[in-house]
Design a protein around this ligand. Structure first.
Ligand code: CAO
Length: 415
């Protein structure tokens, strides 16, 4: 089967998480991704959070599948020459260095344009233009600056970051979309362009509903669906919503059978308006279907704590999976709180290629998350991440370097 991005060659100058997420996706869609790393250490994540001494970490392997790795010191003049050759022969350069690092290397937009006007130059940065544009940024900084931390957690606790890597992997995803759109536009313009995805912008985009609520709060001074209502008073900014649903359908996390010993014996349950009569039947409160205090969504907003306390009395008599089975029969939206252990073992996720087992020459077998985007005419086969510099000779030969030239570059520690 052909792949969506067959024939697209990516100069992958990314490291850590955000950039590698992007180029891994492009590789899964069929692009030839050449990862450029410094000899010796390579991408810093190869050595971070190691669980096996001397072996590429899971952090690295799980973000760099289906790529080729070459080592190159791009600060040495001969290394820069190789980089220039790569620029001439690739379609896209992807990077997520600290602001200005590419310019300091002499790889300016103008320089790239001269070598290859069709090249797309795609960058992740922590911030877009503005007061923080020169800052180095990691995941949690982006979550804090993008509005996620101030709106996550409980209203009586401090701001909180989430485990979902929305700043890193989220921005990588946005960048990949920008690159594909730029490749499409190049079909008509014949020109490359710069693509920028900032981590703050990405997080804010994912917190869109919170900016919605900020404006509602300023206009009406209350947010009926938030847990502070009707007992508490609101401040000037959108408060942390705990586990309340972000939409207009009230929801909560409720204890299930076994919660005393199992930290994940919980279910998320949404009392969607259409499912309200069914909810009442399931918990044996049929009177609530017609009772004025509960009959309408607006009336229920005044009693959410009581409603969820009653629901929890019911969920505590069932395991999360028993509760799921019963609630799904009535089309009541709900979801079990799944631990990573449970997710790793879930057969349906293995069957769809969302969880994949990969074999690695020095690590052995490990699990990874496969391509979350499934296409009917461009399938994804996940292959292991490259060892550092594994493809240096192969790529240089493809670029037209002779064996003697490669030996010389090696002797001069350029590769
Ligand atoms: N050959 C020679 N030099 C190389 C090289 C190579 N192959 N690859 C990288 N370098 C150099 C860079 O040119 C840079 O040199 P200068 O500082 O002299 O310009 C240097 O290595 C370090 O790059 P860096 O500043 O990007 O790396 P860092 O570890 O200090 O910072 C990070 C890491 C992530 C904070 C920073 O890159 C950043 O803010 N990136 C943008 C935002 C981002 O993507 N953050 C998400 C990271 S994932 O959690």
């Amino acid at each position: 089967m052909s792949k969506a991005l067959d024939g697209v060659r990516i100069l992958d100058f990314t490291h850590v998480q955000s950039g590698p997420t992007c180029t891994q996706l492009l590789a899964w869609f069929g692009a030839d991704v050449i990862k450029v790393e410094r000899a010796g250490e390579g991408d810093a994540t190869r050595g971070q959070l190691r669980d096996i001494p001397g072996v590429d970490s899971l952090y690295f392997t799980m973000l760099n599948h289906n790529k080729r790795s070459i080592t190159l010191d791009t600060k040495k003049p001969k290394g820069k020459e190789v980089l220039d050759t790569l620029i001439k022969q690739c379609d896209v350069l992807v990077e997520n260095f600290a602001p200005g690092a590419l310019d300091r290397m002499g790889i300016t937009w103008e320089h790239i344009q001269k070598l290859n006007p069709r090249m797309i130059v795609a960058s992740v940065k922590g911030f877009g233009p503005g007061p923080y544009e020169d800052c180095k940024v990691y995941e949690n900084v982006a979550q804090c600056a993008g509005g996620s931390a101030s709106t996550t957690g409980f209203d009586n606790g401090p701001p909180m970051v989430t485990g979902a890597q929305i700043g890193d992997s989220g921005t990588g995803l946005n960048l990949a979309l920008g690159i594909v759109a730029a490749l499409y536009q190049r079909n008509t313009t014949g020109r490359g362009q710069k693509v920028l995805a900032s981590m703050q912008d990405t997080v804010l985009n994912l917190c869109r509903v919170k900016l919605r609520d900020q404006q509602r709060l300023e206009r009406t001074h209350t947010l009926h669906e938030y847990p502070q209502y009707p007992d508490g008073t609101f401040g000037e900014a959108v408060p942390r919503a705990g586990n309340a649903s972000g939409g207009g359908q009230p929801g909560s996390i409720l204890k299930c059978k076994g919660w005393e010993t199992d930290p994940n014996a919980y279910i998320y349950l949404i009392t969607q308006a259409a499912a309200w009569p069914a909810v009442c039947k399931v918990i044996g409160e049929e009177d609530w279907i017609t009772d004025e205090a509960f009959a309408t969504p607006a009336a229920r907003l005044l009693h959410l704590k009581l409603i969820f306390a009653r629901l929890e009395k019911w969920t505590m008599t069932k395991t999360k999976f028993e509760a799921m089975d019963i609630l799904n029969k009535y089309d009541i939206p709900c979801g079990p709180i799944l631990s990573m252990k449970e997710i790793a073992k879930e057969p349906s996720l293995r069957a769809t290629g969302t969880i994949v087992e990969v074999d690695h020459p020095t690590r052995g077998k490990y699990l990874t998350v496969g391509n979350p985007i499934k296409m009917s005419d461009s399938s994804t086969e996940v292959s292991r991440s490259p060892l550092l510099g594994e493809h240096t000779e192969e790529v240089l030969a493809q670029l037209g370097y002779s064996a003697e030239e490669v030996a010389e570059l090696r002797a001069e520690q350029v590769i």
